[in-house]
Design a protein around this ligand. Structure first.
Ligand code: B1M
Length: 212
């Protein structure tokens, strides 16, 4: 089994000790952080998702796998984000109200840092008022919102509406998460949609930093 396959398996097994060790082993051996993420950690989590969907895994197994994945991604952060680069713009990020999924959101935060943003992470279960409050209290260039549940997607729309009504000029708003689509982003008036963390960060960069 290759080290990337072992990483995927460690996530599937919810092995919080082996996952970061294997990530470190892969990095030391010269494997790119992107490959560790895509072909190791995310591959494992995709399989966890399949098992959960098909009733082979229940919430506790998924939660334990998520912790293993987090332990791995924490180690990847400094490799994914460009070291020593001064932030060129500020982004706030959060998972919308009612939604507690944060693994994808954390990846987007890391990628945004890598793209040159100072990132303020508001965490999970973030109400529309909180996004607005932070934008009014400091200069924010990008508001990034994540939703993993179809039931919490409407919170994105509410947040976009409130931001447009109460913050002028309104920061660039990008949205993403497994059930979110480009069509949905257009419908709710967001400025962009990221299919994955890397695309989301690139988009934010092209909409804000590259336009300067
Ligand atoms: Co949840 N869960 N979960 N869960 N969970 C899903 C999302 C689900 C698809 C599983 C399933 O049924 N197949 C399903 C949602 C169905 C739906 O609405 N369509 C689901 C459900 C139903 C639930 C509960 C309701 C279960 C229950 O209690 N009955 C419950 C809800 C709790 C709540 O939020 N209020 C729940 C709970 C949980 C756990 C707590 C157990 C755990 C979360 C732990 C945590 O995040 N700390 C969990 C997990 C882990 C999952 C799955 C298995 C994996 C999610 C994940 O982390 N993926 C998930 C099934 C799946 O997706 N395979 C599932 C890895 C992560 C890297 O991907 O977050 O999609 P993702 O992020 C991607 C892209 O979407 C994108 O970038 C990332 C990749 O680079 N992206 C953005 C994300 N945000 C972005 C923002 C951007 C741009 C890109 O710009 C701003």
């Amino acid at each position: 089994m290759s080290v990337l396959e072992q990483i995927a398996q460690a996530v599937i097994d919810g092995d919080e000790v082996s996952t970061p060790k294997l990530v470190e082993q892969a990095l030391v051996a010269g494997t790119s952080a992107k490959a560790v993420l895509q072909d190791g950690l995310l591959k494992g989590m995709t399989e966890v998702g399949r098992r959960f969907r098909e009733g082979e895994y229940f919430v506790p197994e998924v939660l334990i796998a998520a912790e293993a994945m987090k332990a791995g991604t924490n180690l990847l952060k400094p490799h994914l984000a460009k070291a020593g680069v001064k932030p060129e713009a500020t982004a706030i990020i959060g998972t919308v109200r009612g939604d507690l999924h944060d693994i994808g959101k954390n990846l987007v935060a890391t990628m945004l840092e890598g793209a040159g943003f100072e990132v303020i992470d508001l965490g999970v279960d973030v109400p529309p008022e909180k996004f607005v409050e932070v934008c009014l209290s400091r200069k924010v260039d990008v508001v990034a919102m994540s939703a993993l549940l179809t039931t919490t997607m409407p919170m994105m729309e509410q947040s976009v509406k409130k931001l447009k009504a109460e913050v002028q000029p309104t920061p660039t708003i990008i949205v993403g998460g497994a059930p979110v689509t480009q069509e949905y982003a257009d419908k709710i008036g967001a400025n962009g949609y990221g299919r994955d963390a890397a695309t989301g960060a690139e988009l934010a960069k092209s909409l804000v930093i590259n336009k300067r």
